[in-house]
Design a protein around this ligand. Structure first.
Ligand code: FAD
Length: 289
């Protein structure tokens, strides 16, 4: 099923994210994770794509498993380390395996070397255009409520986002944020620029302090004082941090739904217990139409 059709259904869409294994020996464990998360009946499951392109065959393989379990799969595709021909080959494989949803991404530019190399895409918008031309895919793309780290001015980032959407995106998924007001503000700003496709809110249940340090260093995400107090107080006690992180994410999701947001993507990253807790916490709320 196309995600854009899924998002048009009544009720709230709750999806989860998994990452594919790097090594063949880790494949059985990854399949088990997918089975457990799929059993929670998410609206869809997204499968990340390794920054260096290294896990691309496994992205397709895991996405295929997801679909075999009766859950729509969203396969991420980053073009930063692939030539146009390699991108075309991945798209052919997705088509062959019946995967019709793609999250079109540029990926983080690797340090050293020349980017873009000849026969490479520079921006995700070019990838979106290419996928659109190739056939009947439902195309998602990334957006950044706090602005993308490389872009000095938020308004420029939204202009680039508008250009990307105009290349053929069907929906957007946000980078994680920990302050819902940042997201509401972003929705107003993109609407003012004429972006009218569905925006899925990305929520990360933070379950350990290492994770939060990495996120902030990479994406420049701001931690509101209320969340910072949680991290400061519980980060050296992993079970307490996990419980508090899931509770904080749940509260964010409930606030979003209460304010009319209809699609939430949870960055549970191969943690079925966290996904299960979130689903349990929303059991009655998800039934509301
Ligand atoms: P783009 O849309 O190309 O934007 C990149 C930068 O270029 C932005 O600063 C933008 O403002 C600027 N820009 C765009 N067009 C122009 C233009 N015409 N002129 C000047 N500047 C321009 N990474 C992975 O490696 N694997 C994953 O699976 C993955 N999944 C992700 C899922 C989501 C929902 C999100 C939000 C991010 C994900 N990422 C993933 C990270 C992502 O690859 C990085 O954030 C990357 O740095 C930007 O990718 P993009 O597709 O947003 O790039």
């Amino acid at each position: 099923m196309k995600i854009v059709d899924q998002l048009a259904r009544p009720g709230v869409s709750v999806s989860f994210e998994v990452f594919p294994p790097k090594k063949e020996t880790d494949f059985p464990r990854a399949e088990q994770v997918v089975r457990e998360i799929a059993s929670l009946s998410p609206s869809y499951l997204s499968v990340t794509f390794g920054a260096g392109g290294g896990t691309s065959p496994n992205t397709v393989r895991i996405a295929e498993r997801v679909q075999q379990l009766g859950v729509p799969a969203l396969a991420h595709l980053t073009c930063v380390s692939l030539t146009r021909d390699q991108v075309a080959a991945v798209l052919d494989r997705l088509k062959e395996h019946g995967i019709e949803n793609v999250l079109a991404l540029r990926g983080d530019i690797p340090s050293g070397g020349t980017f873009p190399a000849p026969r490479q895409y520079r921006y995700a918008s070019e990838l979106v255009r290419e996928i659109k031309e190739r056939g009947d895919f439902c195309i998602g793309a990334a957006c950044y409520p706090e602005g993308h780290v490389e872009c000095e001015h938020k308004e420029d980032d939204i202009d680039h986002l508008k250009a990307k959407v105009d290349c053929g995106c069907d929906f957007l998924t946000t980078q994680m944020f920990f302050d819902n007001n940042v997201f509401y503000n972003f929705l107003y700003r993109i609407l003012a620029k004429g972006i009218r496709i569905p925006v899925v809110a990305g929520i990360m249940p933070v379950t350990n302090s290492r994770q939060i340090r990495r996120i902030c260093a990479l994406s420049g995400t701001v931690l509101p004082p209320r969340f910072k107090a949680i991290v400061d107080r519980f980060s050296d006690n992993p079970p307490a941090m996990k419980q508090a992180g899931v509770a904080y994410a749940t509260e964010q999701i409930i606030d979003l739904i209460a304010n009319g947001v209809r699609a939430v993507h949870v960055y549970t990253m191969n943690k079925p217990d966290v996904a299960r807790k979130i689903i349990e916490n929303l059991s009655e709320i998800r039934k509301i139409r």
